[in-house]
Structures are given as C-alpha cells and as structure tokens.
Design a protein around this ligand. Sequence first.
Ligand code: NAP
Ligand code: ZN
Ligand code: ZN
Length: 350
Amino acid sequence: MQTRAFAVQSATTVFGPHTIERRAPGPKDVAIEVLYCGVCHSDLHTARGEWAGTQYPCVPGHEIIGKVMAVGKEVSRFKPGQTVGVGCMVDSCRSCASCHDGLEQYCDGPVSFTSTYNGPVGGGPNTFGGYSAAITVDEHFVLSIRHGENDLAGAAPLLCAGITTWSPLRHWGAGPGKKVGIVGIGGLGHMGVKLSHALGAHTVAFTTSPSKVDEAKALGADEVVISKDEAQMKRHQGSFDMILDTVAASHDLDAFTALLKRDGTLVLVGGPPTPHPSPAVHPLVFKRRAIAGSLIGGIPETQEMLDFCAKHGITSDIEMIKMQDIEAAYARMLKSDVKYRFVIDMGSLK
Ligand code: NAP
Ligand code: ZN
Ligand code: ZN
C-alpha cells in the first residue's frame, strides 16, 4: 500500500513529503491509520545522524496513536475501528529469555528487537515510523488504548516518553516513602514527574530552565531544584533513593551521584550524542551507589502503564503541530523550549 510520509534523505537535509510502501496485513498483522504521532528527541538524534547507523531515507516517529483499519485472519485482540497504540518496537525474536520475560527491548536475538523506525537495532532492512499516514504491525506489538477520544493526542507520548520513565521507576521501586529525582524536564522528564508523583514517591524535579520551576510543581513535583545552583543542590546531598536522568546532552554526572543515599541509583535514560565526562569513582564506592541504564520498556509493562494512566487520567502536556512544521519543532526542542511534547496531527499529511 502506497503511504504518505515525511522523511529526511540525509543527515543534513530538511524533512519533506515522501511515499513509502506498507505491507498488506498478514495473518497476525494489524493495519493502522495513524492519527497522532509524538516527537521524541530520539527522532531528532536519528534523523540528524547524531547516533551511528541511521539509514536514509529516514521516517521517524514511535509515539503512535491510530485507528485499526483492517486485521489479519489470526488476529484475536483487535477489530477495525478500535483505537490502538504503537511504541518503539514492532518485532523481536520472541524466543529468547528477555522476550519470554516480556522485556522485548532487551531481546537477545541475532539483531535484538526491530525498532519502529531505522530498522532492527542490530542492523537489517530499514523500517519507517509514525511520521506517516498508516503503519502495519504484528498484533503482539500493538497496544490497547483506553483513554477517551479527547485524550488521544495527549496519550501518544506515553508510547515512548511514558514507558521509558515508567519502566525504571517501577524497576527501582518508586513509591511511598521513596525520594525520587527527575533530571531534565522535557518530554521524558515531565512524564517522569507525573508518573513518580502518581506512584506516591516524594518527587524532586531538576531543571536548568528557571521558567519551568512553577510548571514542574503543577506537573506533580514536590520540590524543584535549579541544577546549576550549587547551594540548592547541596541541600539534597545524600538523600535520594533514585534519580532518573533524561537529559539529551552530555553533562557532569557527579553532581547527581552525590545526591544519592547509600545504595541509591542514578538511572540514565538520556542518549546524548557525545559521552558524559567519566564519573568520579569515590562518590560511588563510599556509599555503594550505582549508575545504571534503562531502555524504553517491554510490551506487558507498556500496557500496564497505559492502563494506569487511563485509570488515573494521566496524559502528556502537548503542543499540537502540523507535519509540515517539524523542522521548527526540532529547532525548539534543541533549545529545551517544549512544553512538554510536540505531537503531530497526522490529518495534516492529507
Ligand atoms: P527533550 O524533550 O528535548 O528533553 C530533554 C531535556 O533535557 C530538556 O528539556 C532540558 O530540560 C534538558 N537539557 C537539554 N539540554 C541540556 C543540557 N545541555 N544540559 C542540561 N540539561 C539539558 O528530550 P526527550 O524526548 O525527553 O529525550 C531525552 C533523551 O532521552 C534523548 O537523548 C532521547 O534520545 C533519550 N531517550 C532515551 C530512551 C531510552 O529508552 N533510554 C527513550 C526515549 C528517549 P531542562 O530545561 O529542564 O533542563
Ligand atoms: Zn522516543
Ligand atoms: Zn528475543
């Protein structure tokens, strides 16, 4: 099926209209009309070639909300007309230990999982994401959306920003009695604040943008710290169970490890194009602190997060844009000037 999309043809060209081919649904496939697609900083890193291995033409987009158009013969969970979501993965090996555990993002298969755009993680044919009118996906990787019609655009960012913060918050036990820090209040960070607060943790937002202080409190932060202010940082020394770092640029990690309690963990999810400066060892060894990483989240935990958000009325704070405005949106994202996620209205592609 010939499908309208927006693509970049190289790391240095701007987005423009592009036609892609979508497969007709096989027995286990769901054909989806894309209604909304969130704009993740990973889209920008990939389109601009900031991470190694971008395949061009590149059609990003992995925060997809749409309506089912057609299903294959063996599809049992979905029917035409239903609202569904697609996140960062469209396939995996389905047989390794990680896939069996519902952690497809850590698939140990020969090419790891198949990302929604830019092909399988370990190399292979290109895939095209949600900056397009339609997508065909195996039902295993299709999520049920239980938000109301008016909340669908705001639910789109849950498919990456939501799950990427939910998975580590759950894994490291964010909840009542825990003190959790969220660093970088952008697309991921603002969801981290909302979810940590909803899980019952004492939530502290760290931002470099003074303009976000009051808003971060409205998002659910109990306290907000300007991370460039040493005196403010010092007040929190040795007090956090967990700090989730969503920053998209390389920066000093020691400022945050010093804020962890004994056995506390700094979890990195941001993927800066250049490495962070090496962390100092002493602040880690003296308090048995850890630095860890976390990648998106598995399909079962993504459904759990979506259902939790639908139940608690949680969506992303969004600014809706037309597909044609994507370059301006990227420019603003680079200035940390997004409140707090751009979502593309895919009707603008018509
Ligand atoms: P975003 O909306 O651009 O937010 C990033 C935030 O980081 C900014 O709003 C800003 O917050 C802060 N920041 C930016 N530059 C900074 C700098 N030089 N120093 C300090 N703080 C800075 O990006 P996003 O979509 O949330 O994505 C964040 C990162 O996570 C990206 O690298 C993305 O690729 C990555 N990511 C990883 C996963 C995963 O599975 N691990 C999944 C999705 C995305 P303040 O204004 O509050 O300081
Ligand atoms: Zn993403
Ligand atoms: Zn696997």
